[in-house]
Design a protein around this ligand. Structure first.
Ligand SMILES: [Zn+2]
Length: 336
């Protein structure tokens, strides 16, 4: 958001502070015991072994931290509010959302609440019925699939790295015929993503005629991300953001994963530009460059000597490549 403001793209009239969700509002999907456990962990700064066992809080992947309730409850508040804001149509962008691994009664994969699920339920509450959920994070949205695998009115499309945690999201999961998972191999490139978009994502969304689209736009499929082994440029994400826009009257774009602060900031600032029709300049202004130069990334070799274009541009060089046979075969499996 600092970078977006430095670009001159975020007037106060377009920005809303997210309200923190109240526990009662979270009970539409999360259990009251679990919400109370998160609040207690925030108040006390630790959890008992029993709570750790039962709710997966205080583990390596779901550590206790000072804002363990407030932070996720604020992103969840944005997703709940989005359902109301989109009732009569529009576009909402909530980059702090996209915590797609959260489960009803436990934390999972550094997701304490599942704000995409809450967004979909909030849309439903406003009378918005048919919802297409598209997820282009490197990880499979196991929490969202758990919530809606049996719901014929939630189309579920996910592209994610094969063999990567949480190791769910098989090509053969079909839900009640509306679940389409596409695990992709290492070195996944821009041309392959374009192919999947044209052959799978867009046709399925168009045929579904959604009343709303929710896009989880995680930034961890890009080449420079330290967790995944995929190789997209941010152009590939932006193409999906742009292509989905005209396919429904209501569009919620969420963030998600992303573990390189420069690629996250550049990608998600570009998402806002795409949604607003702003032209992305070749070279950033000094003010925008300063935001990127002030970022720090400790504990990773890529943070030591960042290449200059991480400071001076938003757009990555494109990464085209061959469309591998396994990609074609898997897309075909969903077309029959
Ligand atoms: Zn991820």
């Amino acid at each position: 958001m600092d970078l977006t403001r430095a670009m001159g793209w975020l007037p106060v009239s377009q920005y809303i502070n997210s309200p923190r969700a109240k526990p009662a509002a979270l009970h539409i999907w999360h259990t009251s015991d679990y919400i109370a456990a998160l609040q207690n962990a925030e108040a006390s700064g630790n959890v008992s072994d029993a709570v750790k066992q039962r709710h997966s809080i205080g583990t390596h992947s779901n550590p206790v931290f000072p804002e363990i309730f407030r932070r996720p409850a604020t992103a969840a508040g944005a997703s709940l509010l989005s359902g109301e804001l989109l009732r009569d149509g529009g576009v909402v962008y909530s980059p702090a959302g996209g915590t797609h691994h959260g489960m009803p009664d436990r934390a999972n994969g550094f997701c304490y609440l599942n704000d995409p699920v809450l967004a979909i339920l909030s849309l439903r509450r406003q009378g918005v019925h048919r919802i297409a959920y598209v997820d282009i994070d490197a990880h499979h949205p196991d929490g969202v699939e758990f919530a809606f695998a049996d719901d014929p009115d939630v189309l579920m499309l996910s592209v994610h790295e094969e063999g990567r945690w949480p190791r769910t999201g098989a090509l053969t999961d079909r839900g009640v015929g509306q679940v389409f998972n596409l695990p992709v191999p290492r070195q996944f490139n821009d041309t392959e993503m374009q192919y999947i978009m044209d052959q799978l994502i867009l046709p399925k969304v168009i045929a579904f005629k959604p009343d709303a689209i929710v896009l989880q736009c995680g930034a961890d499929m890009v080449e420079e991300d330290p967790l995944s082994r995929l190789s997209l440029s941010n152009n590939a994400h932006w193409a999906v953001v742009a292509a989905l826009r005209p396919l429904s009257d209501r569009y919620l774009v969420l963030g998600g994963g992303g573990y390189n602060p420069w690629s996250v900031g550049r990608l998600w600032t570009g998402v806002w530009a795409i949604l607003n029709g702003n032209e992305i300049p070749e070279r950033l202004s000094a003010e925008a460059e300063n935001v990127l130069r002030s970022l720090r990334w400790y504990g990773n070799r890529r943070g030591k000597n960042p290449p200059d274009h991480w400071f001076t541009t938003l757009r990555d060089p494109r990464n085209p490549g061959p469309i591998r046979d396994e990609i074609r075969t898997r897309v075909n499996a969903h077309q029959s």
